[in-house]
Design a protein around this ligand. Structure first.
Ligand code: ZN
Length: 225
């Protein structure tokens, strides 16, 4: 490929997207990051995202306002009247922390930046444990990639393809943590809690997953994984 290999990474400031950012730094020549202020209860994550982007030395970090989510009720992440549950995710249904079409919204905005800046890769940190969220499934990612290619000026002009880079799709959270520890991701500077408290609550689904994954990964690393 001529020129530099470029990627824009969706960065929440949490564990998965920060690991993806560090992986992207290794695999790509020029790394951009994009974060979203969508009225999330845990808006404090943006502060962490900014610091992580800076530590990673990204070429540019875009922070985009998405106002319409404030009008949508019923998700614990954006509706102040709905409580963030404690304990693990429910087994067979989308959790109350689902934000409708969040990844479609994020990817469509990121793809606009990618198109304008001629960045052929869009990185997203969805993984195997995200499956309760419909817009984290492989079939969604494939469909989104097809839509982006069909609508891209960059693709029409250059005949190149746009790609959604989702290397964690088949990975567990522990796999991601293990990779991140090896890559030297500063996890103490990342933030995952849905409740948005500092320090993190330690009991919401994402706090539980994160702690489990880090504990397991550190154990595996010690054993020589
Ligand atoms: Zn929490």
């Amino acid at each position: 490929m001529e020129g530099k290999k470029k990627i824009i990474v969706l960065l929440s400031g949490g564990m998965d997207s920060s690991t993806l950012l560090w992986l992207a730094k290794k695999e790509f020549d020029e790394v951009y990051a994009i974060s979203f202020d969508y009225g999330q209860r845990h808006k404090v994550e943006l502060k962490y995202a900014k610091e992580i982007a800076q530590l990673a030395g990204v070429k540019k970090h875009f922070i985009v306002q998405i106002p319409h989510y404030r009008e949508i009720k019923g998700s614990a992440l954006i509706d102040e009247t709905v409580e963030v549950p404690s304990g693990e995710y429910p087994e067979n249904e989308p959790p109350i922390t689902t934000v409708p079409m969040r990844n479609l919204t994020f990817l469509s905005i990121a793809s606009a930046f990618a198109d304008a800046y001629e960045i052929p890769y869009i990185g997203i940190g969805v993984h195997a444990l995200d499956v309760p969220y419909p817009d984290c499934r492989p079939e969604f990612i494939a469909a989104a990639e097809a839509a982006i290619n069909a609508g891209s000026v960059y693709v029409a002009k250059t005949k190149n393809r746009m790609h959604i880079y989702a290397p964690f799709l088949g990975m567990s959270k522990t796999d991601i943590a293990l990779l991140g520890l090896k890559l030297g991701v500063p996890y103490e500077k990342t933030y995952s809690c849905y409740k948005g408290t500092e320090p993190p609550c330690g009991e919401c689904p994402t706090c539980i997953q994160r702690e489990e994954a880090l504990r397991e990964a550190k154990k595996l690393l010690k054993e020589g994984g």
